[in-house]
Design a protein around this ligand. Structure first.
Ligand code: XMP
Length: 531
């Protein structure tokens, strides 16, 4: 296992990912983590980059015990500077930021320095890297040597001559450093001697055993499913672990995709055997949403109503079990003690970041946060996983590919894709446009190239002509983005004929729409959703 100490770099989570791609379990912790308080012993420690300068008054500081812990340490960018700073080197504050590609020239130290040479062993003498830094070190700590330089960074890579301490100024974790993964592998597998044995198969085994232990022989669990990959995979995993003692609930909030409730029911309950109750609460939701335009208000209403419906259902299930016991006797079913949540690692990282959760741009994950206030204890089997790991897990659990590869769908559903007030008519229009759009994307074989695609119903009317008549109807905006992590995103470049087909079908088949536009905004400055 590798411990990554996070100093707040935007790339920190990528270091974790690269280690796991090597089948080595890696965990990210805030840089303020005290080494003496670790509950497990890592085989190596990586110090991440940071937006700070080591000179900043409030610069994050590593626990110096890291360097006496007896395991290899790799400092990346700020991590290198922090290492140098702690071990007596010099860090030059510079007003000149270096951002972009550079060429590293490897310096091999030769006989007697095998340990120091190990980081770049087998790599070419020159390779391309990605730099993104302000400061750089200007003097080596004692017993350190240069093992790589660039034209602007004489200390681009350094290593201790007797201890397994390495520092690199560039970022091996980003794809712009083509040999980056190999360098991380040299550190993790060769220097730290980690075994590459962390696989999804072992994860499933361990997680099922852990769930069984937590729940005991009778404990019961409920959880909401949405039709998205995370909640479906979590539900299937629970089902594998405790069978029908896990009860899944799908709340139809009236702003789901067309036929979504029926499809999820078919897939989860009929195909995968998960015990599922579908609650049609659409009237309740739509009544509360009537006339509301503000996006945050919409999110809040949906979040709160969801809690009410969900809690009531949990109580109903308990009451039913008690009644059954009274009437039929037999063995008492255990109490519902646990609430399943499909929390993923990025959310965990966000909440443990040493800077605290980032400023709220939109109140995502509101439902999860609020549900945690219920009297139930949380069970979160996916909290160590990234999205693509969840997909791999889903495939291993025999969840069909079309579900595993589904684009994410937001909790507040179409409510944040209908701009302006929500009415049943507007929901219908948004649903029909969404169905056509996704259908055509699938037919064109483009679904898996796009990270997320959806139709937005705009609250404006435009003039058009159909047959010989003037029309005055609404506008659909199409959105399709590609992204790695949804923090930044690019708009997807469609072949023109596909756009033409989608536009023509929507204007012809969806009553009330006479115009279709395509959104060519990236994130930032846009966001993925319009609300
Ligand atoms: P934004 O619009 O913030 O979207 O760029 C990034 C990702 O988050 C999803 N999203 C939400 N998911 N509840 C959710 O469960 C929400 O309120 C919410 N708002 C946005 C969005 O669909 C995209 O995948």
């Amino acid at each position: 296992t590798i411990l990554i100490l996070d100093f707040g770099s935007q790339y920190s989570h990528l270091i974790t990912r690269r280690c796991r791609e090597l089948n080595v379990y890696a965990e990210l912790m805030p840089c303020t983590q005290k080494i003496a308080e670790l509950k497990w012993k890592p085989k190596g420690i990586i110090l991440s980059g940071s937006p700070y300068s080591v000179y900043d008054k409030d610069a994050p500081r590593v626990d110096p015990a890291v360097f006496d812990y007896g395991v290899p340490v790799l400092g990346i960018c700020y991590g290198l500077q922090e290492m140098a700073w702690n071990l007596g080197g010099k860090v030059g504050s510079s007003n000149h930021r270096e951002f972009g590609y550079a060429q590293v020239e490897v310096k091999r130290l030769g006989k007697g320095y095998e340990l120091a040479d190990r980081l770049f062993k087998g790599l070419q003498d020159n390779f391309q890297v990605w730099m993104s830094h302000g400061d750089q070190i200007s003097g080596l700590p004692e017993n350190f040597h240069v093992i790589g330089k660039t034209t602007t960074a004489p200390f681009a890579a350094i290593a201790h001559d007797a201890k397994p301490f390495f520092g690199i100024q560039f970022h091996p974790e980003v794809t712009h450093t083509p040999k980056g993964k190999e360098i991380i592998s040299k550190f993790v597998l060769d220097v730290c001697e980690c075994k590459a044995n962390w696989t999804m198969e072992t994860f499933i085994e361990k997680e099922i055993a852990r769930i069984r232990e937590i729940c005991g022989p009778k404990g019961r669990v409920i959880g909401a499913v949405s039709g998205g990959v995370d909640s479906s995979v979590a539900a299937k995993l629970m089902h594998e672990a405790i069978g029908d003692r896990f009860q899944a609930i799908l709340v139809d909030n009236g702003v789901l995709r067309e036929n979504e409730a029926a499809q999820v029911k078919k897939m989860l309950s009929e195909d995968l055997g998960v015990s599922l109750t579908v609650i049609d609460a659409s009237d309740k939701f739509l009544d509360k949403l009537a006339g509301v335009e503000d996006p945050e208000q919409k999110r809040k209403i949906i979040g709160n109503t969801f809690i009410h419906v969900f809690e009531a259902e949990a109580e109903r299930i308990e009451a039913e079990a008690e009644k059954e016991l009274e009437e039929k006797g037999g063995e008492a079913k255990g109490k519902i003690e646990w609430l399943l949540q499909g929390t993923l690692y990025p959310d965990v990282i966000e909440s443990i970041s040493f800077k605290g959760p980032s400023a709220t741009i939109k109140t995502h994950h509101n439902v999860g946060g609020l549900l945690a206030d219920m009297k139930l204890k949380l069970i979160e089997p996916l909290r160590e996983l990234f999205k693509d790991e969840v997909r791999a897990l889903g495939r291993l659990l025999s969840i069909p590919a079309h579900l595993v590869n589904r684009h994410p769908f937001p909790g507040p559903g179409l409510a944040i894709r209908i701009l302006g007030p929500i009415t049943r008519e507007q929901v219908k229009i948004a649903q029909q446009a969404d169905t056509i759009y996704i259908d055509e994307i699938r037919k064109a074989g483009l679904y898996d190239q796009i990270s997320q695609a959806f139709a937005v119903l705009l609250p404006v009317r435009a003039v058009g002509v159909m047959g010989d008549k003037r029309t005055y109807e609404q506008v659909i905006a199409l959105r399709a983005v590609t992204t790695e992590d949804f923090m930044t995103a690019d708009w997807f470049v469609f072949p023109t004929d596909v756009l033409r087909r989608i536009s023509s079908r929507i204007t012809n088949e969806v009553a009330g729409v006479n115009r279709v536009t395509y959104d060519i905004s990236s994130k930032p400055p846009g966001t993925v959703e319009w609300l």
